[in-house]
Design a protein around this ligand. Structure first.
Ligand SMILES: *[C@@H]1O[C@H](CO)[C@@H](O)[C@H](O)[C@H]1NC(C)=O
Ligand SMILES: *[C@@H]1O[C@H](CO)[C@@H](O)[C@H](O)[C@H]1NC(C)=O
Length: 209
């Protein structure tokens, strides 16, 4: 019995030591992740070989995510009136104060105005705007895949590039209900015929500061 207590007594500090070491590592890892979330990044769209026809993939794969007129588009050679997504994860007033699950981007170079990035809860378009505009829409949780490379929303990479014929542009959507945003069923969701969608990933690329 005496031996038992002694053994326990010597074992306890070791166990505490191990716990403290683990906690130290976890804190360090949390700090590293938080710091990484604050790194300004651009986004580019990646498309698997099997996800689209050669021509569509050529236009989408490696295209930049750009902001224009309150919406997000994918452009290989950004138009003059487009602004490349340049953003960070940021606490959104909808979430707990330390929760970095919101996403912001600059909307112009000079001045570097920041706006929230959110998904329209009716049309599923990815949009940007002020806090009031984002209300009632999907403002997060924005996150990334375990390898910290691809952006996720609501826990998955449900992003779609949708070809909008009358705009002749690839517009960024989020496939909230995993039903292709209503595609390809003709005009459902207000999408005209000729509209087509391609599953994509959004890759974070650190912005030069
Ligand atoms: C942040 O808040 C959202 C919404 O409540 C939640 O889903 C998410 O898990 C939270 N993230 C962290 C890291 O606590
Ligand atoms: C990130 O995106 C690429 C391109 O679509 C994909 O191949 C890869 O599996 C994604 N990574 C993760 C962790 O999902």
């Amino acid at each position: 019995m005496v031996l038992g207590i002694l053994a326990l007594a010597t074992a306890v500090p070791t166990i505490i030591g191990v716990n403290e070491a683990t906690k130290g590592t976890q804190d360090h890892e949390q700090k590293r992740r938080d710091a990484n979330r604050k790194q300004r990044s651009h986004l580019i769209s990646l498309c698997e070989l099997t996800a689209a026809s050669g021509r569509d993939r050529e236009q989408i794969h490696g295209a930049k995510v750009v902001l224009r007129d309150g919406l997000m588009y994918l452009e290989k050679n950004p138009r003059k009136d487009s602004h490349p997504f340049t953003g960070v994860y940021h606490p959104h007033p909808m979430f707990a104060p330390s929760n970095m699950s919101g996403l912001v981007s600059t909307v112009s170079q000079d001045p570097p105005l920041l706006r929230w990035v959110f998904v329209d809860s009716k049309t599923f378009e990815v949009r940007y705007g002020g806090k009031a505009e984002s209300e009632g829409h999907i403002v997060g949780p924005w996150d990334w895949t375990d390898d910290e490379n691809n952006v996720t929303l609501e826990g998955w990479e449900g992003f779609l590039a949708i070809w909008v014929p009358h705009e002749k542009a690839w517009k960024l959507y989020f496939d909230k209900n995993d039903d292709g945003c209503g595609l390809p069923r003709g005009t459902k969701g207000g999408l005209p015929r000729g509209t087509k969608g391609v599953e994509i990933s959004l890759r974070r690329i650190l912005a030069a500061s």
